[in-house]
Design a protein around this ligand. Structure first.
Ligand SMILES: *[C@@H]1O[C@H](CO)[C@@H](O)[C@H](O)[C@H]1NC(C)=O
Ligand SMILES: *[C@@H]1O[C@H](CO)[C@@H](O)[C@H](O)[C@H]1NC(C)=O
Ligand SMILES: *[C@@H]1O[C@H](CO)[C@@H](O)[C@H](O)[C@H]1NC(C)=O
Ligand SMILES: *[C@@H]1O[C@H](CO)[C@@H](O)[C@H](O)[C@H]1NC(C)=O
Ligand SMILES: *[C@@H]1O[C@H](CO)[C@@H](O)[C@H](O)[C@H]1NC(C)=O
Ligand SMILES: [Zn+2]
Length: 512
């Protein structure tokens, strides 16, 4: 009995040893295969890098690793912090400095008056002659240039117009006042969690900023210069092409004369063409005409008609149509469907670029905007923050190659997500979903150009394994998913490739 028992026991032991020896390799292999497969699936995972690119990638990955390790040690990771507090830390990041130098291709989700740092508005524009201001009861400001007569009509729900030059003369501390203007023009402040208690509060402030700058930026000379300077800011941040959502509200002259939408579009075109002539490595701009989603269906029907007319008259610059404003408060796309279906019934091709799914409220009609946008044949999805919660929408977006436009800093500042590691695009990036990165209204968030948003995507949303391939794919995506013609896409990619090669060479020389 004992003997048999012993034999049995040692046989069992032998069996275990043998089987674990045999299993050791397959399990390791299986794990390795799984990891590889996931790496292949992520954005850019299938790109093959050149030798030069591999070298640059090694440097970049090393910089990233150092900064992430440091963040873990200090428990201080900029993408997990509110951008207003993270900004200074981001600016100290070596990875960020590399990203600034990277040619990023196109910025496809931007709004007309959120593209230029606000300093110039305060220090130059509000110091121009004939600038008037008034104060609303809720503490907001409005501006208007006018001469020889004071501005008309009299401001509704605002104090009398005051000539700003005169107002400044009677102030004791002009610096203090100018600082307050800077604050009026952005959302930036020290304690955003306390000041902006919820999404409704911050959206009210957000929209008030555009009402405040309205009278400055729609003054004809400022309108032109704002746009040119905005292009300059993006150009300096190594962006080659822009698509701008624009409301085309009336631009005015000193004598009160106003211009229509065609004038604005023509002016955008002239300024963009001049800029591209002066900067041969800049491709240009297209405009997505946008109206406010709070307006009712009959009003939107008119705007859609306007968009169709503009598309015929300005085929070069006019890309299509979108709706802007807080999704949670506005009409759903479905409520506006009668207006939005009109072009299709006329056999007219009006491309749509709908903001959709910029909400935390899953399962509401607003959340279903993402389905409506796809049904309405949207060309891209603005934000698409809710996409990962909609398996069918995710599927359609994937199968029809309709990208989302991810704007991480916007989503964080407007309180959809706080720690950007938890941004829903993380799951989409991991599966290589079609997407581009953009910055929405960088000036209002205290950012600039596109690099800050690229930093958040590269460091947090893409996870530890996002590398040079991720960045290259995102840049290539931005050209691929733009509204440029096939020919122009090719030229743009060539322009971009030259810059990319230079960038890669530079990145390869980084001293670690
Ligand atoms: C604003 O800038 C323009 C140049 O763009 C300059 O000619 C003008 O003098 C400046 N105005 C003020 C008030 O600083
Ligand atoms: C004016 O205000 C600024 C900013 O608040 C401050 O730094 C400066 O000392 C003030 N100047 C005077 C003369 O009070
Ligand atoms: C806007 O400027 C006015 C005038 O200086 C100031 O009273 C107000 O506090 C500012 N608003 C914000 C949000 O900074
Ligand atoms: C969307 O595209 C499909 C297929 O091309 C077409 O049948 C449908 O009419 C389009 N719908 C709209 C609203 O444009
Ligand atoms: C999603 O699309 C794929 C094809 O790309 C298809 O095989 C799959 O069944 C779809 N899933 C659903 C839930 O429809
Ligand atoms: Zn937007």
């Amino acid at each position: 009995m004992v003997l048999i028992g012993q034999i049995k026991w040692s046989a069992l032991l032998l069996a275990i040893v043998v089987s674990s020896l045999c299993l050791a390799l397959p399990l390791d292999d299986e794990r390795e295969v799984l990891i590889r497969k996931e790496e292949m699936l992520q954005i850019g995972g299938e790109l093959l890098l050149t030798e030069q690119e591999e070298l640059a990638n090694e440097k970049l990955k090393a910089l990233k690793k150092v900064e992430i390790n440091e963040a873990m040690k200090k428990n201080q990771f900029p993408p997990s912090m509110h951008f207003f507090r993270a900004k200074k830390l981001i600016e100290e990041s070596k990875v960020f400095h590399v990203l600034k130098k990277m040619p990023k291709g196109a910025a496809l989700h931007l709004h007309d008056f959120g593209i230029l740092s606000v300093d110039w508005l305060v220090r130059n524009v509000t110091y121009r002659p004939h600038c008037h201001l008034c104060f609303t009861p809720s503490g907001n400001l409005k501006f208007r240039f006018a001469d020889p007569a004071p501005p008309t009509p009299k401001p509704e729900d605002c104090s009398e117009w005051i000539l700003l030059e005169k107002y400044r003369r009677q102030l004791q501390n002009v610096t203090e006042f100018d600082n307050s203007l800077l604050q009026n023009f952005t959302l930036v402040l020290e304690n955003p969690e306390r000041a902006y208690s919820d999404q409704a509060v911050i959206w009210t402030r957000f929209e008030n900023i555009f009402i405040t700058v309205d009278g400055l930026v729609h003054y004809a000379p400022v309108f032109r210069e704002y746009f040119a300077r905005g292009l300059q800011e993006f150009y300096e941040d190594n962006v080659q092409y822009l698509e701008l959502r624009a409301t085309l509200y009336p631009v005015y002259e000193l004598n009160g004369q106003t211009y229509d939408q065609e004038w604005s579009l023509k002016t955008y075109q002239e300024v963009a063409q001049k800029f591209a002539r002066d900067h041969p490595d800049f491709i240009g701009v297209k405009i997505i005409y946008s109206d406010h989603r709070m307006k009712d269906v009959s009003h939107i029907a008119k705007s859609v008609q306007t968009a169709m007319n503009l598309k015929v008259k300005f085929p070069e610059i006019m890309a299509g149509f979108d709706l802007v404003g807080q999704e949670d408060k506005g009409h759903s796309l479905w409520q506006l469907k009668e207006a939005l279906l009109f072009p299709a019934t006329q056999g007219f091709d009006l491309p749509y670029f709908f903001h959709a799914g910029e909400t935390d409220w899953q399962g509401t009609p607003i959340d279903e905007n993402i389905l409506d946008a796809l049904i309405l044949n949207t060309t891209r999805i603005g934000h698409g923050f809710a996409l990962s919660r909609h398996p069918m929408a995710r599927n359609i977006s994937w199968n029809r190659d309709i990208p989302i436009e991810v704007c991480p800093i916007s989503n964080q500042v407007l309180q959809l997500v706080s720690d950007l590691r938890n941004h829903p695009a993380a799951s989409l990036m991991a599966s290589g979903h079609p997407m581009v990165v953009s910055s929405d209204d960088p000036s209002v968030f205290g950012a600039k150009g596109l690099s800050y948003d690229f930093y958040e995507v590269f460091m947090a949303i893409g996870g530890m394994k996002a590398d040079l391939r991720t960045l290259k794919q995102l840049a290539l995506n931005s050209i691929k998913y733009s509204s440029l013609s096939a020919d122009k896409k090719k030229t743009t990619e060539e322009v971009w490739q030259k810059k990319w090669d230079k960038f890669v060479e530079l990145a390869g020389q980084i001293k670690l």
